[in-house]
Design a protein around this ligand. Sequence first.
Ligand SMILES: [Fe+2]
Ligand SMILES: [Fe+2]
Length: 329
Amino acid sequence: MTSAVEPGTVPGGEPGAAPAELEAHFEATLAHKDRVEPRDWMPERYRRTLVRQIAQHAHSEIIGMQPEGNWISRAPSLRRKAILLAKVQDEAGHGLYLYSATETLGVTRTELTERLVSGAQKYSSIFNYPTLSYADVGTIGWLVDGAAICNQVPLCRTSFGPYGRAMIRICKEESFHQRQGYELLMTMMRGTDEQRAMVQESVDRFWWPSLMMFGPPDDASPNTAQSMAWGIKTHTNDELRQRFVDMTVPQAEALGVTLPDPELAWNEERAAHDFGEIDWDEFWRVVGGDGPCNAQRVAHRKKAWDDGAWVREAATAFARKQEQQQEAA
Ligand SMILES: [Fe+2]
Ligand SMILES: [Fe+2]
């Protein structure tokens, strides 16, 4: 199935340029902070921006299953295994809601998956880092899901209806993810010196990549202004990054870990934390495909997609057969 509504056409109307009336209706919807729905007329650039953003988000959920999935078979107890299984399964669900939201914009899941495995579409750079110890499961829950929450809570009020509604449920599950990570780290911090060292080593590796999850700084993020005007984004990358740092510092103190940034300090005047410069060369390198695990992540996804081809073919054949039977009846 391809696009339900061809770009630039009006459902039930004449194909071609959008009448000024429809454009005005779109602008009024945004001005009232109402949702834009899939059947509504929308500018082609708005549609394309959403496809790119929601698909990238969906891909991140699906690829994000790999680093943690790496530890399911080696969880230290049945309880930890059950928690981790549930968490990784939630991420699969998040990916599916988001692919469904993207499909309402006229692209198929097959097209999106092909764009992911060919490298035409990206996913969050954080998932290109390896998980080297079980403490990473806790750190990812605490920092990576924590950063995701900062990014995603404002998206619950994003202007495109299917995206905003998917985010409401996703955010509820992300808070469970963050708490399970924090609880795991807290348990390890109450354990032996070796366990405390494991937590610290893990936090040292994940802190900076977590800050990179908010994307490039505002002055290097040319699309932000348009996304904010369309109500897709409601906060800039730097605003959200600051919010995350301010939220995380007291949690690190309660946990008893040191965040690996000597410049991290409370700024009385700004009523916010100052922090050191992010290594943007590393960020662009990893986004560009040259992170520690980029090739491995995409190859794994491609293999799973290829291995599942027979299931998709069988399901399509079954649906066709049922249709034929119904027609015959
Ligand atoms: Fe998620
Ligand atoms: Fe999550």
